[in-house]
Design a binder for this molecule. Structure first.
Ligand code: ARG
Length: 460
């Protein structure tokens, strides 16, 4: 055991207590953040004259060397150390001697870990955003190619009205676009530096918190030192955003699983993104989509976990907060992997356009348009709705579509029908004439796509 404390203790820590208390098993992931934070702190200590430039040089070079040795595999992080902070400090003192003991001046592990976690999370926010950008590119590409690929739109998973593939995927584009902008909002709010808060009440040393904030590319220092060491809101916000991303992915996966089913056959997943069965030779299963849908649960779990951990904690730091890491780290990796794999799966999916178009013409997807036809001829909508309802019943009985009815049969339901009805309720008209902003009509979709292209181009 190599601990940073012990002066006031008369006994060794119990073995089980040591293990239970330690976080080195998981917080070693923050090696880079801990190193960067300590280097910035050392430079600041030198800039205000608390340590000399010579000492600062020794400390920063020592820290960098430790980091490099760990990355190169020449130095192994073991559970001899309580956490990554203890590991770094102990190794620094081993290497450079007493100067290393000055690094922690004016600092507590409370503001140190608050900084590390913030730096780590900030990086993840950007990585998740990058993955989302890749996904948005793929979605928009498919939209551009499928302005006139007709398919049924559903409500209650019952055929409702015809749409296009571009329009359907456009809905997902909006969801993931909101996710991107949500990440931007989180970044703006979280990008302040907690270092210098000390254990909870700042310090009597003349620390230059602006300097550290600048060194680490924060907008500035956090305002209140007690809040600084006990705030994990940014993490909760990010895990909420991750949960929403997973919810969006999961809905998309659910649709792809349905579309890929033998009954629908709207799509065919690429062999590279499907799996087989150990017993049924004919099977090609959408396991990736199912796994992404399934992994949504563990990301939600990380959000529930941190919310619950934080809910009863009095100010300021309490050890409960060490529980912020394991599930969050797992969630970060899960979300990045899921977006990445989903993007690959979508990019290689084959859309069976004929099957989709055929599916769009049956199931009375033009019933609303047939009612609208009568309205345009002068019938009040409620009456038109009833007339078409009777026609649908008639067609179900005969096993035909509205388009299959003869004009005199239609006239039997209303004298207002004329020969132009067939064009008015054709699949093409039903889609192309839907020109309200946000509708699937190719003319308005084209404009929507231009807007989204510009959005993607402008993304940092
Ligand atoms: N491992 C601790 C954590 O992750 C570091 C902070 C320890 N601070 C303390 N006062 N014990 O929260």
């Amino acid at each position: 055991m190599a601990q940073l404390w012990g002066g006031r203790f008369t006994k060794e820590t119990d073995d089980l207590v040591y293990k239970f208390n330690a976080s080195i098993g998981f917080d070693q992931k923050m090696l880079d953040e801990d190193t960067d934070g300590s280097i910035a702190h050392a430079k600041m200590l030198a800039s205000v004259g608390i340590i000399t430039d010579e000492e600062c040089k020794d400390i920063t070079e020592g820290l960098d060397a430790i980091r490099n040795d760990v990355h190169a595999g020449n130095l192994v992080i073991t559970d001899k150390y309580e956490d990554i902070h203890s590991f770094m400090e102990a190794n620094l003192i081993d290497r450079i001697g007493d100067t290393g003991k000055k690094l922690h001046t004016g600092r507590s592990r409370n503001d140190q870990v608050a900084l590390d976690m913030r730096l780590y999370t900030r990086k993840q926010v950007l990585l998740v955003k990058d993955e989302l950008k890749g996904l948005l590119e793929v979605i928009l590409g498919i939209m551009e190619d499928n302005l006139e690929t007709y398919m049924p739109g559903f409500t209650h998973l019952q055929k409702a009205q015809p749409v296009t593939l571009a329009h359907h995927l456009g809905a997902y584009f909006e969801m993931f676009k909101r996710d991107v902008t949500r990440l931007d909002d989180i970044y703006e709010r979280m990008n302040f530096c907690p270092l210098g808060a000390g254990a909870l009440a700042g310090t009597t040393y003349p620390l230059d918190r602006e300097f550290v904030a600048r060194e680490l590319s924060f907008y500035g220092p956090t305002v209140n030192s007690m809040d600084s060491v006990s705030d994990r809101d940014y993490l909760i916000e990010f895990l909420s955003a991750c949960s929403i991303i997973m919810m969006h992915l999961s809905r998309f996966c659910e649709e792809m699983i349905i579309w890929n089913s033998n009954e629908y056959r709207f799509i065919e997943l690429d062999d590279g993104f499907s799996t087989g069965s150990s017993i049924m030779p004919q099977k090609k299963n959408p396991d990736i989509a199912e796994l992404v849908r399934g992994k949504t649960g563990r990301v939600y779990a990380s959000l529930m976990s941190i919310l619950t951990t934080m809910k009863g904690i009095p100010l300021a730091y309490n050890k409960d907060m060490q529980e912020d890491k394991e599930l969050s780290f797992d969630a970060f990796e899960t979300v990045k992997n899921c977006i990445h794999l989903f993007t690959g799966m979508l990019a290689t999916t084959k859309f069976n356009k004929d099957v989709m178009a055929k599916s769009a013409v049956n199931g009375f997807t033009n019933a609303t348009d047939a009612a609208d036809y009568l309205v345009k001829k002068g019938m009040p909508f409620r009456d038109a709705h009833r007339v078409i309802g009777e026609i649908v019943l008639f067609c179900i009985d005969k096993g035909i579509a509205i388009d299959d009815m003869k004009l005199n049969e239609l006239k039997g339901f209303s004298e207002m029908f004329e020969s132009d009805v067939y064009d008015a309720i054709s699949l093409k008209t039903c889609v192309e004439k839907r020109l309200t902003p946000g509708a699937p009509g190719p003319e308005v979709m084209k404009k929507a796509i231009e807007t989204e292209r510009a959005f993607l181009k402008g993304l940092k």
